[in-house]
Design a binder for this molecule. Structure first.
Ligand SMILES: N[C@@H](CCC(=O)N[C@@H](CS)C(=O)NCC(=O)O)C(=O)O
Length: 282
């Protein structure tokens, strides 16, 4: 049984409540932060749980503050859990140097390289430690678990679901880094966290994983056409091609004129929460 995390602040919202928490993580070897939205339904019975993984530079706050997700989590009776995007303040040389690597950019991988591996274990943290802590301490139905995310977090959500179809009943993404082995953000993160052997990178690339994955439930992706990162970093067309090859059901929607921001996320958030509710609340 994991210890109850330390509550930093709490806010009522749409009849439920948002809490910001800190705890000492065994997996990431130090303090980690996350936020939880408990819908009003959770006061009387356990509810399904939906994890949101955020993008580069984000903390556990961005999604709670900007997406407008709570009103829909309240409508459908789903708990939202939002982890931070990396460990912080670990004293690793250079951890704060870049905005797209290190602090705020854990990339949801388990680092194998000496410099990072004792703290940067975000894959195991998200897939194992955090769900166990949530199941021990919050009123959830742990077998009804979904995951979604944005950009780096969209990549993380796809990877977690494709690798663990028995754990995640639903997955979706906003503007995911859909083929990280083929883009500069992914190559920088993977070479530093995982080393030069590109074979080891495949475990964290949705466009590779989907070719052999057993996740056959429908995936929803929204992508803005005016996203400044679309052509160089996100590569949804690579993921679409791989899904077609693998027979993976995918709805990839290009949203005309939308960019990479939370204004785009807020516009389509209800569609995503409904997508998860259909899988989780039946
Ligand atoms: N800092 C970068 C942009 C980083 C960025 O767009 N981050 C996205 C995720 S990849 C985000 O969600 N930012 C936080 C926010 O908008 O609240 C830049 O200046 O170009």
């Amino acid at each position: 049984m994991s210890a109850f995390p330390k509550l930093v602040s709490e806010h009522l919202c749409f009849g439920g409540k948002i809490g910001f928490y800190r705890h000492v993580s065994d997996t990431c070897n130090g303090e980690m932060r996350f936020s939880v939205y408990q819908p009003p339904q959770a006061k009387s019975a356990p509810v399904p749980v939906l994890y949101f993984l955020s993008g580069l530079t984000c903390t556990e706050e961005n999604f709670m503050g900007k997406s407008g997700a709570q009103q829909f989590a309240a409508k459908y009776g789903i708990m939202l859990v939002v982890p931070d995007t990396s460990p912080r303040n670990r004293g690793i040389e250079g951890e704060d140097k870049d905005w797209d690597f290190g602090t705020g950019a854990g990339f949801y991988v388990d680092a194998t390289q000496e410099k990072w591996r004792s703290h940067y274990q975000m894959y195991s943290y998200v897939v194992r430690e955090l769900p166990a802590l949530i199941a021990d301490n919050f009123p959830v139905q742990p077998e009804k678990m979904g995951i979604f995310g944005h950009s780096m977090g969209g990549h993380g959500a796809l990877v977690c679901a494709l690798r663990n179809p028995e754990l995640y009943k639903s997955v979706s993404a906003f503007a995911p880094i859909a083929a990280p082995m083929r883009c500069p953000w992914g190559q920088k993160a993977f070479s530093n966290y995982l080393g030069a052997d590109k074979e080891s990178w495949r475990d964290y690339d949705a466009s590779e994983l989907v070719l052999s994955a057993k996740f056959k439930r429908p995936i929803l992706i929204d992508q803005g056409t005016a996203d400044q990162f679309l052509a160089e970093q996100l590569l949804p067309e690579a993921f679409e091609k791989a899904c077609a090859e693998a027979g993976q059901p995918l709805t990839l929607r290009y949203q005309e004129g939308y960019n990479h921001s939370y204004y785009f996320i807020a516009t389509f958030i209800e569609d995503h929460i409904r997508h998860h509710a259909i899988a989780l609340c039946s």
